[in-house]
Design a protein around this ligand. Sequence first.
Ligand code: ZN
Ligand code: ZN
Length: 135
Amino acid sequence: MKNYTTLLKENSLKSTFQRINILEIIGRQGHSSVDEIYEDIIKLHPSISLATIYKNILLMVEKSVLVEVPIAGKKPKYELAKEDHIHLVCTECGAVEDRPCHSSSDEFFNQLSLSANFKLRRREVNLYGICKECL
Ligand SMILES: [Zn+2]
Ligand SMILES: [Zn+2]
């Protein structure tokens, strides 16, 4: 289990129970929307507001602890910052799965960037479809 207190300190953020709770939920769910985090967190802390959760998430995105995952037509989800990877997004249930970038896809991204005189800095790819649970 990752130590979220250390993770926050490494990114010059104070460790508060709100932040630790948010990180624990995202760590457990993988990719979570603000609403999903809120629904989970109020079970333990009924007085916490949606605005507080939102504010803390944005701050942790700013400090590169979390990464926003934009999802076409839906509210974004948030995940812990990790290596670049590919997302498989289910258009039925909204589930998001991580898959590593493959060397052949990397080669394609590099070629594409090179031919456009584009300096590639980050790969962020969403593939949309239907997950095995929904098929
Ligand atoms: Zn699904
Ligand atoms: Zn992901």
